[in-house]
Write a protein that binds this ligand. Sequence first.
Ligand code: PGA
Length: 256
Amino acid sequence: MQRLIVANWKMHGTQAEGAALAARVATNLRPAPPGVDVVLCPPFTALDRVASALAASGLRLGAQDVFWEDRGAFTGEVAPPMLTALGCTHVIVGHSERRAHLGETDAGVARKLDACWRHGLTPILCVGETAAERAAGQTEARLHAQVAAALEGRKCPKPLAVAYEPVWAIGGGRAAAPADCAAGLAVIRGVLAEMWAECADDVACLYGGSVNAENCRAFWEEGAADGSLVGGASLDPAAFVSICRQASLEGRAWSR
Ligand code: PGA
């Protein structure tokens, strides 16, 4: 399996700023590093310009969300065919910030996965427990419930990545310990093995939450992650390029 490194720029940058950031990343990752898939997920408004900046780079384009219908009276939403027309191959689905601030539910997340699959997009399903759930010893149950709700009744093989993103580790610079990462990913892989037995090994399982150029390797080596979902550090081109290069070098001798 290739490693997968995903940049989640969140709500940062104009079109021009996004194009400049993408161009810097692409220039510094040319030729595209072997053994790793790199996906940039800018805000919707920058997708077009970032797509141009990535042309012929071998790097991929992703969106941060998608709606579950293909068209219609859904003010403010963006449909999967609109994303594929822009050149997107991946979509982040169910990010904890959307679950917390925008009322995203497990049921909605499942519909969004179906919408991705109808259009050949690879969803990056985000799951993770809050600090309160962790303190209450509910991490395993929460991860199990989120992954099971997303896959219930869906047959594999379908392209999928799952990102374990402990909510308490996001954004604040307080990354999880690699052992926490390994434990969370073991739960996720367990659900995949139960529900998608024939293709569980094809699902890239990532870690996200305060990943940077200094700690990324620990999550792949000790944390058993197949890659990273990178927020804040992906806005720093030098840091993000370093993460991608490290993933590639490690990737050569790496197997799960
Ligand atoms: P962070 O964000 O790297 O800034 O913690 C990760 C994410 O939310 O995907």
